[in-house]
Design a protein around this ligand. Structure first.
Ligand code: NDP
Length: 335
């Protein structure tokens, strides 16, 4: 029997600037199981993520651009509702990279069963998913975080950033957190117990602010935003400090390329290490992360918030609102 699948596709590429709802389109298709080993999955939760902005341009990046008029993709969690596969049965919970659609048919090897062990399903898109893994690998493997360091985190009220802040607190670090709303500042201070949180939109001179709140400077900077913020952080790094380049969200929808870093002399004189990474290179390094993160969530050492939009038709709005900072914690869509 056929079913109707609703999905979101891109109508046109958006080379610069903030995407608009009109750049997206909701379409439908008839789907059914035809071949052996196929499964039909009803998505329950869909992730929207900043990296998807880069896929909305024709420019070659580390991932292919989305195809115009075709279903967009991204992480999702769903339930198998029909199966021709001996490996899956109705009711199995699976992750896939087939987001931005409510239902789909695919070969069994395109989905992965998860045993949730009493963890909330949606946490597999947040702290137990790609963003938690990014925080973990970024801090331990790329930044080689040490106990009692002083660490600056940007976009700290988001999914990666809030996880970074909490892991760093567990390592007895002093955490300075930057975010874009007073509500997120309160959450970071009162619930996540960072040492100092501030709304960067209200700060006139970041370098002076850093000097005020953290005169000793930073050992580590976990950079989620790039641009002028990165330049300001470089001014306040300690000798031999490390900067983990995780994201560049301040540049992603910018309308001009900006002026570039003007203080590379500080990188030289302070002997800084600046290191970028992509979590996709660490897909086979998840065992310690899964084990630690499940334990930390169970022990409430890692707390997480979600901003939930409902309905496949609201996925473009969730994505645009994510880029505009309307999320606290992980932005997800409930189907
Ligand atoms: P977030 O939950 O942090 O959401 C994005 C946030 O970016 C918004 O909430 C907003 O918060 C902030 N933001 C938007 N515009 C600006 C700006 N101009 N200046 C400063 N902040 C801005 O997203 P994620 O946790 O999913 O991702 C965080 C970062 O990590 C992103 O840069 C992403 O690309 C990167 N990333 C990198 C990976 C890798 O493999 N290297 C993997 C996963 C994510 P605010 O209110 O603070 O402005």
């Amino acid at each position: 029997m056929t079913e109707i699948s609703k999905y979101i596709c891109l109508k046109e590429y958006v080379p610069v600037g903030m995407p608009k709802i009109s750049n997206f389109e909701l379409k439908t298709d008839e789907i059914k199981l035809t071949n052996e080993d196929e499964v039909m999955v009803l998505n329950k939760w869909i992730s929207v993520d900043p990296y998807m902005r880069a896929r909305m341009t024709e420019k070659k990046n580390y991932m292919e651009p989305f195809q115009i008029g075709k279903p967009m993709d991204g992480a999702a969690i769903g339930k198998v509702i029909k199966s021709n596969s001996k490996n899956y049965k109705e009711g199995d919970i699976v992750t896939s990279n087939l987001g931005w659609r409510d239902k789909f048919v695919t070969q069994g090897n395109n989905v992965k069963k998860i045993i949730t062990n009493n963890m909330p399903l949606s946490s597999y898109l947040g702290p137990l998913g790609m963003t938690g893994h990014t925080a973990y690998i970024g801090l331990f493997k790329i930044g080689e975080i040490k106990k009692n360091q002083t660490i600056l985190v940007s976009s700290a009220g988001g999914s990666v950033g809030s996880t970074v802040c909490q892991i760093a607190k567990m390592m007895d670090c002093k955490v300075i957190a930057s975010t874009g709303s007073d509500e997120k500042v309160e959450w970071l201070k009162n619930e996540l117990k960072v040492d100092h949180a501030f709304n960067y939109k209200k700060i006139e001179n970041l370098v002076l602010h850093f000097k005020d709140v953290c005169p000793e400077g930073f050992d580590l900077y976990f950079d989620n935003v790039g641009g002028d913020f990165l330049e300001s952080a470089i001014f306040r790094m300690k000798n031999f400090g490390k900067i983990i380049i995780c994201g560049r969200i301040s540049q992603m929808s910018a309308t001009s390329a900006g002026s570039g870093l003007k203080n590379m002399a500080h990188v030289l004189v302070k002997r800084l290490t600046i290191k970028g990474f992509l979590i996709f290179d660490h897909e086979n390094d998840t065992d310690d992360f899964q084990k630690d993160m499940k334990k930390w969530i169970t022990e409430e050492k890692i707390k997480f918030k979600e901003t939930v939009y409902e309905g496949i038709e609201n996925t473009p709005k969730a994505f645009i609102d994510l880029l505009n900072g309307k999320n606290i914690g992980k932005m997800i869509v409930k189907i």
